[in-house]
Design a protein. Structure first.
Length: 287
């Protein structure tokens, strides 16, 4: 009986030990992938002299848009007209098992190796970053910070709510407007919101002690790494390259573009990480 109790105690100890090790690995900030560590470093720097709002923000590093084309090519995703969101949002740090897992895992690798630098934001308080962003911008932390600052400003804006609201108001003022005309109002307002996020992002960087021209140089580099910039489709939701760069340059050259010490900043940020669910989240300080 004593032997049984002893063996049971040893088993229980091993179980608890493994459970704690697994829990620590899942939630530990120190064991995060290097990409998440860099994101945390950038946001901590932002928070020292910026107001990042009063709601939690989640950051998710994902496989990226190239997964759409790769999954269509393999025949795994049948939806050729729309975007294969499920595959775009896969966790790039995890190996998948099951149906055609070899193809899925290889596609994730290809998306990382051949993908562009890109990030996006949702009004839910979520920022998505393609993992390929960190490869394309390796050694260019300032440029990664610029991309994040732009998306953070979208979170503050609750974009694209304002654009959608104005499109709704346009439809109410003129019920005979076609869907195409209403959508044109939305896209025009969306371009204004994107321009505001550029200027807001540039200001976030300036407030965080990045060089004054960081955002401008980053935006120029983003377009260069994309390659093709002349198509009309690219100018639907964002101003075209020339307009965008001129607006940013004019804003930076204005006398009002100066750093100001902010008392009500968001520092220190409170951080949470979940490896299993693949997200990093911060809670701004309420000063």
């Amino acid at each position: 009986m004593q032997k049984l109790i002893k063996n049971g105690s040893i088993f229980l100890f091993i179980f608890i030990f493994l459970f704690l090790i697994n829990r620590y690995r899942n939630y530990s900030l120190s064991l995060m992938p290097k990409e998440y560590k860099l994101v945390k470093k950038i946001f901590d720097k932002f928070s020292l002299n910026n107001d990042l709002g009063n709601r939690p923000v989640s950051i998710i590093i994902r496989a990226g848009e190239d997964m759409h084309y790769l999954m269509v090519d393999t025949g795994i995703c049948k939806d050729k007209k729309n975007i294969c969101f499920y595959f775009e949002n896969l966790d790039p740090f995890k190996k998948y098992r099951g149906y055609r897992s070899r193809d899925v895992n290889y596609a994730i690798k290809q998306s990382y190796l051949h993908g562009h630098a890109n990030a996006s934001a949702y009004p839910t308080g979520t920022i998505l970053i393609n993992r390929s962003t960190f490869r394309v911008l390796e050694g260019k932390e300032n440029f990664i910070a610029a991309a994040i600052a732009h998306e953070m400003f979208h979170i503050i804006q609750f974009a694209p709510f304002e654009a959608s609201f104005k499109a709704l108001k346009s439809w109410q003022d003129n019920p005979n407007k076609t869907d195409e005309a209403i959508n044109e109002v939305f896209l025009n307002e969306k371009q204004i919101i994107e321009s505001e996020a550029d200027l807001g992002g540039a200001l976030i960087l300036l407030q965080a002690d990045y060089p004054k021209d960081t955002f401008l140089k980053a935006m120029e580099y983003f377009y260069k790494q994309y390659g093709i910039i002349h198509t009309k489709g690219q100018s639907k939701r964002h101003p075209d390259y020339i307009t965008r760069i001129n607006l940013i340059r004019a804003f930076m050259n204005d006398a009002s573009f100066i750093k100001k010490e902010l008392k009500n900043n968001s520092s220190p940020l409170t951080w949470r990480y979940n490896r299993r669910e693949n997200w990093l989240k911060f809670y701004p300080s309420k000063n």
